[in-house]
Write a protein that binds this ligand. Sequence first.
Ligand SMILES: Nc1ncnc2c1ncn2[C@@H]1O[C@H](COP(=O)(O)OP(=O)(O)O)[C@@H](O)[C@H]1O
Ligand SMILES: [Mg+2]
Length: 267
Amino acid sequence: MDFHGIHLPDKNEPTTPGKKLSEGRNANVYEWGDDRVIKLFKASYPTDKVTEEYYNALAVKRLDFKKAEVLELKKTEFGFGIVFKKITGENMLDYILRTGDLKGAALQLTELQKSINRCKFDVLKAEGLDTAHGQLRKHMLASKKADSDATKEMLRFLGTMKEGDSLCHGNLHPDNVMLTDDGPVALSASGYCLGFPLYDVAKTFFLIGYTQIPGEDRNKNENCSCPTCRGISNMEERKEFGRYYLDAMGKTATQIGGYLSMIIAGM
Ligand SMILES: Nc1ncnc2c1ncn2[C@@H]1O[C@H](COP(=O)(O)OP(=O)(O)O)[C@@H](O)[C@H]1O
Ligand SMILES: [Mg+2]
């Protein structure tokens, strides 16, 4: 039930999860009543990461782009969960696997990402969102290559770069998009940050092309940093998808090269 835009728990609030919609590395997603889903995090997943994802979702809730609307953070007997409004449509990855329409998918991904990147924030009033450069720095410092000269040089260079003030999704790939009658809708709030759109483009390009060894299933590949593209196992197809995507975004490999190197250095 909504009261002046605030979600109030209703008497029919479900107490047990319904049908499982997805199984992920850190969380599983279930139906939660008729019109909601609950993302239930595994006990091993740190609670502060769960609250960070919830606050990220809250920070972007009123912004003008299509996303799964966050309703509440919940402690259940099955663990911590975030409740979202259920989106009715087809997951973009399922669409790609069903139709092979890489070009159409790339265009929809682009439309959604541009609508996200159009949202501007005052960096000083960023509602607790991390910055893109902050995320890059954190990942590079935590990587196995943190002490290499190349990574040190990139960190030094990053320190001299200006921060952008556009909203970036930070984790936009086909498995995080639902295609609906009303257009593409963004899922997953874990990566929202402020930066230059070019960072978001480099990140999506990376997620499309680099993060999974061809042929490996998303739940079997422990080394995969992202569950993206579980079914696009053909490397040529993934490269083709990446090319369509960059073209549609109006960017070149050279333009995203700097950010791409830093993203890879943070793996
Ligand atoms: N609000 C929602 N409505 C419908 N399906 C959803 C919703 N949120 C997630 N899903 C389904 O669950 C999958 C995993 O959700 P996501 O938030 O991306 O979790 P993960 O971080 O595990 O990838 C999505 O790819 C989508 O198929
Ligand atoms: Mg996801």
